[in-house]
Design a protein around this ligand. Structure first.
Ligand SMILES: C[S@@+](CC[C@H](N)C(=O)[O-])C[C@H]1O[C@@H](n2cnc3c(N)ncnc32)[C@H](O)[C@@H]1O
Length: 355
């Protein structure tokens, strides 16, 4: 029997740094909770999660310390990992090389700021954190004191975004909370937007992508082209989302035993957008944007390389097993186009781009 051809992606696994776990435990104890008493903690996480789902939260849900404890130990951990993954993609694309200052707008308890600080040691002077909630900023201040970093914190709402001094904005899980999206000031050069991977939030982001690209902005990631998004324009059911792997710590495993939701992998929708065009090489690549779907005699996996909604496909009889993951970049070499399929018959049909 012919050997199966394998192309295995070595996708990174993101982790929670030890210093964060330390801080988290100290702070939770001050707030009346404990990482090692997951049952009690899970009750407030469930309560907060339900309120997020039913959109029952007043703007300042941070004022209640039980919700700060719930957010810190669950949502913050997950959003930190998501931001960390998006920043990895930003590094891979050299997206931030000219950034002088990054504002984490709608910072909440600082999941994205913390990912920036953690991602680049030299970025200490890069970040500032902005939110409309005093309680969130007060909580974040404690974290920065613990880290012994001097990050500027200011109270503003999105309507004041014109006052931002930065050339780069990161908005993590903010836009799905606001009725109208802010007008981006002229001096802002780069945007990092992270949103939940829900149909509604993700399609709102794709709709906004269509609009902003007509106003002189360029998509850097996950998009590899500047045309209309096929996920948005060619199917009302689709939405574009990324998936990452992470090393779940033992305390989180225990916590999840008391929760109805599981986070073995994490998903999110994101966009890196800039006023400058992305590197030229983008134009010749395709991004894997779906999981492998097995059908009778073949497999398909959604890819994006232009305006068409397309799938990389391979027949099982050809003994090809690409094992690609969402987010992978590939360069197609040898393939046959069949309707919306890009059919490969061996793994030399494409190169996996590592850098
Ligand atoms: C779900 S939290 C996300 C927090 C953090 N960025 C993260 O990724 O974990 C949304 C944040 O947006 C802030 N927010 C919502 N509407 C806002 C507005 N109009 N102006 C400024 N901040 C706002 C809230 O106070 C909250 O901190």
């Amino acid at each position: 029997m012919q050997a199966r051809e394998l192309v295995v992606t070595v996708s990174p696994h993101f982790s929670i740094p030890e210093k964060y776990t330390q801080y988290l435990q100290n702070r939770l104890v001050q707030l009346g909770y404990d990482l090692h008493k997951p049952e009690t903690l899970s009750q407030v996480i469930r309560e907060l999660s339900q309120k997020f789902l039913l959109r029952q939260l007043s703007l300042d849900y941070w004022a209640d310390s039980k919700y700060r404890a719930a957010y810190l130990s669950y949502f913050q951990v997950l959003n930190y990992l998501r931001a960390r993954a998006v920043l990895s993609e930003a590094s891979r694309q050299n997206f931030l090389v000219s950034a002088k200052k990054i504002s984490d707008w709608g910072c909440g308890l600082g999941a994205a700021s913390w990912a920036i600080l953690d991602h680049e040691a030299e970025s200490l002077n890069l970040v500032d954190a902005v939110d409309s909630s005093d309680s969130a900023l007060g909580e974040l201040k404690k974290f920065f004191e613990f880290l012994n970093v001097n990050v500027e914190i200011s109270k503003k709402n999105l309507g004041q975004i014109r006052e931002c001094q930065s050339d780069t904005l990161i908005l993590s899980y903010v836009l799905n909370e606001v009725a109208s999206w802010p007008e981006i000031p002229d001096h802002v050069q780069r945007l990092i937007i992270i949103e939940p991977s829900t149909h509604q939030a993700s399609r709102a982001l794709l709709k906004w992508r269509e609009e902003i690209l007509t106003r002189g902005w360029y998509a850097w990631a996950p998009c590899v082209h500047q045309g209309p998004c096929p996920v948005y324009t060619q199917s009302p059911r689709d939405w574009c989302h990324h998936r990452i792997n992470w090393n779940k710590p033992e305390w989180f495993v225990e916590l999840e035993k008391h929760l109805p939701m599981r986070n073995d992998t994490l998903t999110m929708s994101y966009l890196l957008i800039a006023r400058q065009p992305p590197p030229e090489r983008h134009r010749f690549l395709a991004r894997v944007i779906g999981d492998e779907q097995e059908e009778r005699g073949k497999s398909r996996q959604q890819i994006c390389r232009g305006e068409r909604r397309e799938f990389l496909s391979w027949l099982h009889r050809d003994q090809v097993s690409p094992y690609l993951e969402r987010g992978d970049l590939i360069k197609l070499r040898d393939f046959e186009e069949k309707k919306n399929e890009v059919r490969i018959s061996s793994t030399s049909g494409f190169d996996l781009i590592d850098d």
